[in-house]
Design a protein around this ligand. Structure first.
Ligand code: SF4
Length: 494
């Protein structure tokens, strides 16, 4: 029985799977296939970009017995050298393959009615595939944590089939779903049931990935890493520093020569409610991780009216405290040229109650952070999208384009570029930049990291190798740099 997994890429608030990232979804699907009795050699895995470039893959799909397509961007971004699957491509697959295809992932939340049909998994794609193959029928259900314990390990081997292997970042899940009782109006995470994996299960998955050659890991598939294995109290989930220590120590033992261990997603409210535990966790992360790490925080708005109307949890003065704490623990420079751990801030527009004043309030918040000498490694500003079954579903989102454009430019010029000049000043040596493409007479590269900076290096360098480079200038989210001569640029390669 031949099965083909097509990775159309996902980008969700708490999960990234656009190359060089590989999300847990295709790995879990491969594990479910193998657990259901399919031989590993009959599990094919291709990315959508490979499929577009190699027509032979379509012939293979024509001959396959089962096709699983994973896709969906709930927070779309701009991607270097990767183009996610489009709705039209998904429609074409469904029209061509009918009952032998199952499409899943966050695409199920799409507002496009054409996708609401029986070939879309309404819950976990891997669970539906497993049930089909084990003759329980096509059920729409969520996977269980004991299934993920097996599938994450059995499916780890498909990373070797990823076109960027071994230079791909494995996104790792600790828990999903939001444990809060009231939810932020825009967020799709509450559409997953809250389920938390056991620490040994996460560590065993990393060991399996490592044994197959993975060296880059991000603990990114959860809405708030600091709350993982938290203890429920009347004030929310009290962070559990011992659990994070156990997780990170376990990872380092399981993958002793990993190259990158980064995190994603931190709820700033956790820091302000539980600063002591949070400080301890931040210190633990720095003890075990690799530098250039980013704690991206969903702030969303600095406007109290918007905060109230959208059930957001945190007000500007608390955001500043959270930024302060991460800076205090993490701003020291690490061996790859970047600070150990800095905060990132996500801001969202198009929420309920938004007005011109919201832009002003957000600017004031960022300016205060800057004036206090604190650093943000990244400011992410995006427009809210409406999804089914979220409170924002029925809200009309209107954004004044000119205002939005000017606001973004002001933030770039007055906050982001000056901060980047402090984070990576001229003369900083940035290590292990993977060369990815050519642009004119320059080579573009990035470190394999959480929110890597784009680095533009003069000259045409061989692609797919690691180089070091010295920063010569800073732009918005990018640096220009001079590559450092090495006797053998390939010596860092795996
Ligand atoms: S706290 Fe808000 S943004 Fe975070 S997961 Fe819950 S609903 Fe989503």
């Amino acid at each position: 029985m031949r099965s083909v997994i097509i990775d159309g890429y996902v980008d969700e608030p708490a999960c990234l799977g656009v190359p060089p990232y590989i999300s847990p979804y295709p790995r879990y699907i491969a594990g479910a296939l193998i657990d259901a009795g399919i031989k590993p050699r009959d599990v094919y895995y291709y990315t959508i970009d490979q499929l577009r470039a190699e027509p032979k893959i379509i012939e293979l799909m024509d001959r396959a017995d089962l096709i699983a397509v994973i896709a969906g961007l709930t927070v779309p971004g701009r991607y270097l050298n990767a183009k996610p699957a489009t709705i039209q491509e998904i429609r074409d697959f469904i029209a061509r393959y009918n009952e032998k295809i199952i499409v899943g992932g966050p695409i199920r939340l799409s507002q496009k009615s054409v996708l609401r049909n029986e070939y879309i998994a309404k819950k976990d794609l891997e669970a539906r595939i497993f049930d089909r193959l084990t003759e329980k029928g096509d059920t729409d259900r969520w996977h269980t944590t004991s299934e993920i314990k097996r599938w994450s390990v059995k499916g780890a081997q498909i990373i070797r089939k990823h076109p960027r292997f071994p230079h791909n970042m494995c996104e790792i899940e600790t828990y999903r779903g939001c444990p809060r009782e009231t939810h932020c109006s825009f967020c799709t995470e509450p559409l997953y049931p809250h389920s938390s994996r056991e620490i040994p299960d996460v560590v065993n998955e990393i060991r399996a990935l490592y044994d197959f050659g993975a060296r880059y890991f991000r603990i990114g598939r959860q809405p708030d890493l600091f709350s993982y294995k938290g203890i429920e109290t009347t004030d929310g989930f009290k962070p559990n520093p011992a659990a994070i220590e156990k997780l990170y120590r376990g990872i380092r033992r399981a993958a002793p020569e990993l190259r990158v261990l980064h995190m994603d997603n931190l709820n700033p409210a956790t820091i302000t409610e539980f600063p002591d535990e949070s400080r301890e966790i931040a210190k633990t992360i720095i003890k075990y991780h690799t530098p250039g790490d980013v704690a991206a925080m969903g702030v969303e708005s600095g406007d109290p009216r918007v905060i109230r109307k959208n059930n957001l949890q945190i007000y500007p003065e608390d955001v500043i405290k959270a930024v302060e704490l991460i800076n205090e623990v993490g701003s020291k420079k690490g061996e790859n040229g970047l600070p150990e751990l800095l905060p990132g801030i996500n801001l969202l527009h198009g929420l309920k109650g938004e007005s011109k004043r919201t832009y002003q309030r957000n600017l004031e918040l960022l300016q205060t952070i800057h004036d206090r000498g604190l650093l943000l490694r990244r400011i992410n500003i995006r427009r809210a999208m409406r999804f089914k079954n979220t409170p924002l579903e029925e809200t009309k989102i209107s954004i004044n384009r000119k205002l939005f454009h000017n606001y973004r430019n002001t933030i770039k010029k007055t906050i982001e570029v000056p901060m980047l000049k402090e984070i990576a000043p001229k003369g900083t040596t940035l290590k292990n930049i993977l060369t990815e493409s050519h642009h004119g007479q320059n080579t573009l590269g990035r470190q394999i990291a959480s929110y890597p900076l784009l680095i533009k290096m003069r000259g045409i360098l061989k692609l797919g190798i690691f180089v070091d480079a010295v920063a010569t200038d800073q732009n918005h989210r990018s640096l220009t740099a001079m590559p450092v001569e090495k006797d053998d640029h390939r010596k860092n390669d795996l």
